[in-house]
Design a protein around this ligand. Sequence first.
Ligand SMILES: C[S@@+](CC[C@H](N)C(=O)[O-])C[C@H]1O[C@@H](n2cnc3c(N)ncnc32)[C@H](O)[C@@H]1O
Length: 443
Amino acid sequence: MARASNYRARPEAAGWQSRLAAAQLVWAAMARGEDLETAMGSSPAFRSLSGADRGFARAIASAALRAVGRIDWALGGMVQRPLADIEPPVLALLRVGAAQLWLMKVAEHAAVSATVEAAAHWDIARRGGGLINAVLRRAAREAEAFDGSPAEAVWPDWLAAKLKSALGVDRAQAMALLQLEEPTIDLTLRDADDASGWAEKLGGELLPNGTIRLGDGAGLVDLPGYAEGAWWVQDVAASLPVTLLGDVRGLAVADLCAAPGGKAMQLAARGARLSAVEMSAQRIERLRENATRTGLSMELVQADARTWRPPVLLDAVLLDAPCSALGVIRRHPEGVWRRDPKDFARYPTVQRALVDAAAEMLRRGGTLVYSVCTPSPEEGRDVVEAAIAGGAWKRLPFAAGEAPGFDHSLTPEGDLLTAPAASTADAPQTQCDVFFIARLERI
Ligand SMILES: C[S@@+](CC[C@H](N)C(=O)[O-])C[C@H]1O[C@@H](n2cnc3c(N)ncnc32)[C@H](O)[C@@H]1O
């Protein structure tokens, strides 16, 4: 059974205030479509908390939102009417109570009574106290109800179907289970020389590709090396596109979709003469801050990469294209419930236009690495196949060992599709975001 292993049990945890705050966060996310960060600013109950109570409220809300589809699946068998007919604030309290009982192992008396009491302090939920009490008592008795829910019920049906089709059942299931856990924090080093020394200094684990993995992000800015920009946060899979571009030292390179800059900083750190192109004025400021903190040198260009052209032809282009981002949903799991898959139809058009633009920027023999953080074939494989069919490109397949630790992610065509794996016992790097990566040569 998969449990959210990094929740800290707090059996006698504080009172109704943290449950009320957690329920307001869940309600704002699920009924009002706010993301968790925005909700933390808009909930009066959350804002009034401090210290451990605030952390606990956030942890409950996060656990509930990570698992909300499965919680609802299990609660559905305990309530006489459809969950959609329950007042949203009351439903939020039920979800918060269930998360404490089923995921965080909070003792029944603390979880149930404090959650019921929270209802009494929230005008729009007050009438639901009796229902909350009855359902949560049953939820405490039927502790196995959550474990009996299908792993992929963490997602809306359309998304579960899409991910199963793109990744296969096993990897989709591993991805669904990984979503229950707070993501670990991965760091990329500016200078790869002393990776094991840094891993020790930071108390992290060194992954085969040189990424350092930390248990959580607590106190990140106080860690050694932050102030002088010796590392930045970047999921292990997100670091691979630059690795797969090969040796870029001294080469003229453009990163066409550069902000907030994880990959641009990797390119600059590896000695590329880099133009970092980014369309969004707001996001390019984040890139500027990151480049300043790390002291890495790059030319920042605010432009639409579909029309921008470099003054001279380039040796290499990194195109980390805008996409549906379905491969990183574990970072904002609440977001998927308000997404409309029809919106994704626009991405392949933009992605193809960006690949065509890259063809005009590269010298013959120059290299393009194309990446998207989604497993959708329409945004990955199909874009690449269409580009090759257009006659300007040939595929440069990845060889075993080029992305250390990720040989199992090579596709039959020689692209890479990273994904969580069912067995992570001896392969921690398989706890990762989902990226599709391909490498093409300009012909
Ligand atoms: C997936 S994010 C890039 C992440 C970045 N490569 C990194 O590693 O931090 C895509 C970025 O492309 C930018 N973008 C989207 N369309 C663009 C275009 N036509 N030209 C330039 N940038 C674009 C978006 O504003 C967004 O910042």
